[in-house]
Design a protein around this ligand. Structure first.
Ligand code: ATP
Ligand code: MG
Length: 392
């Protein structure tokens, strides 16, 4: 029996040109994601995209797993494609649905015909299929109002399709419809989640990581790689810039008041990130900050970091509790990587009593002791580039 996948696109409110772009980017992303699983054809009609394998060996289970990570898909279903003949439909329904129906108690059948030449009407098809399922599976009963499962039989041009059990998709917008932004990624719990959330809105990610060897270890950089690989399973390939940050951190330690270390450092990160972002055509920065989480994330501190940036800074976690962020981190498989115990540059030279109510003028005074433009320029120029590939 041949199996296909039917995909319901997300964000159906989109209209006109936006919708056409949305759909063509989605199809491109799906093709790229299913690459290597075997030959298939992909077609679109209205809000449904159909994937039809054209070789036996096509790996359906793997395809479903990969599709569950493609943004822009609201829901999808596997379906059996059978000959348009009632006895073929009845026996295929019993075979194909055996496993899912064994796990539920109530069902109803919905039939749709786009082929009006089919000899039975939709209600007649529903009645026949429902009757056969009741006969075959003694534990089932029909509930037209609140069924555990809706069995759908659809008579289309070439085949009849039988399906049940919708699988929830990743939702959001296809990556590539929202432009490109640069994610500041540490090794912590928050920033990978922030990147994932923006990719879900259709944004292509570049990533920027500040490393301070020998204070930070190669394992800390490996951790960032591993985190980004998890995010890339959803967002597609991510360009990573690793910025040498040791010199700047030492200069801050040697020349600035201790209580301002963290904020001066954060302002450097933002300046350097903006410089790289502009060079690489990113239109915004993304961070994993959330109000009040640490001293550098009070609203006054965030104001001081924003003050040095001339492009939008997105902080999708801004109103989330740590618990909520952790739930998301677990769901996207980044949590266990994030809690590996390697130091990030933020934990090097941390002040004992950081300022929580900083004044911008104080920071500007402190930074006068440093050659800010030269340090920013050099760090951005020396950033090492590599691509973190979506390997799933
Ligand atoms: P995270 O869990 O993402 O590390 P955090 O709660 O530990 O966040 P901070 O360490 O203050 O918070 O960092 C705030 C944000 O600054 C991070 O979410 C990240 O976007 C950015 N950031 C921090 N450290 C680095 C780094 N070494 N390289 C790049 N960005 C960083
Ligand atoms: Mg951190």
């Amino acid at each position: 029996m041949q199996e296909i996948i039917l995909i319901k696109n997300g964000e159906l409110a989109l209209k006109g040109l936006n919708r056409a772009t949305f759909e063509s980017v989605l199809v491109k992303n799906i093709k790229r994601r299913l690459h290597g699983l075997g030959h298939f054809v992909i077609s679109r009609s209205q809000s449904t995209t159909t994937i039809e394998p054209t070789e036996e060996a096509f790996d359906m289970d793997e395809a479903v797993e990969r599709l569950s990570k493609v943004f822009g898909i609201a829901a999808f279903q596997r379906a059996a494609a059978v000959e348009k003949d009632m006895s073929a439909i009845l026996s295929a329904a019993c075979d194909y649905l055996q496993e899912p129906l064994s796990q539920i108690r109530t069902f109803k059948v919905e039939a749709k015909r786009s082929d009006k030449d089919f000899p039975l009407t939709s209600p007649e098809i529903s009645a026949e299929v429902g009757g056969r399922l009741l006969e075959t599976f003694g534990h089932l009963s029909v509930d037209v109002h609140h069924p555990d499962c809706v069995v759908t039989v659809e008579i289309r041009e070439r085949f009849a399709y039988i399906r049940c059990n919708q699988i929830k998709g990743a939702g959001g917008m296809p990556v590539g419809t929202g432009g490109k932004a640069a994610l500041l990624i540490s090794g912590g719990i928050d920033s990978p989640v922030a990147g994932w959330m923006m990719a879900k809105r259709g944004i292509v990610l570049d990533a920027i990581h500040f490393a301070s060897p020998p204070y930070t270890s190669p394992q800390a950089e490996m951790k960032v790689h591993d985190l980004l690989r998890q995010v890339a399973a959803y967002s597609g390939d991510i360009g990573l810039y690793t910025v040498p940050f040791t010199e700047i951190q030492e200069q801050i330690r040697d020349n600035c008041p201790e209580e301002l270390f963290t904020l001066v450092m954060r302002r450097f990160m933002m300046r350097i990130a903006e410089r790289i972002a502009r060079r690489e055509d990113c239109a915004a920065l993304i961070t994993g900050e959330s109000v009040g989480q640490v001293a550098s994330q009070t609203i006054l501190s965030l104001g001081c970091t924003d003050a040095v940036v001339g492009m939008p800074v997105f902080r999708p976690l801004i109103g989330m509790d740590k618990d909520e962020i952790i739930v998301r981190a677990r769901a996207i498989d980044t949590f266990d990587i994030s809690i590996r115990p390697y130091e990030d540059c933020c934990t090097v030279f941390t002040p004992r009593h950081p300022r929580t109510r900083p004044k911008r003028s104080l920071l500007e005074d402190a930074e006068r002791a440093l050659d800010v433009p030269a340090l920013v320029e050099r760090a951005a120029a020396d950033a090492k580039f590599e691509i973190i590939r979506n390997e799933f």
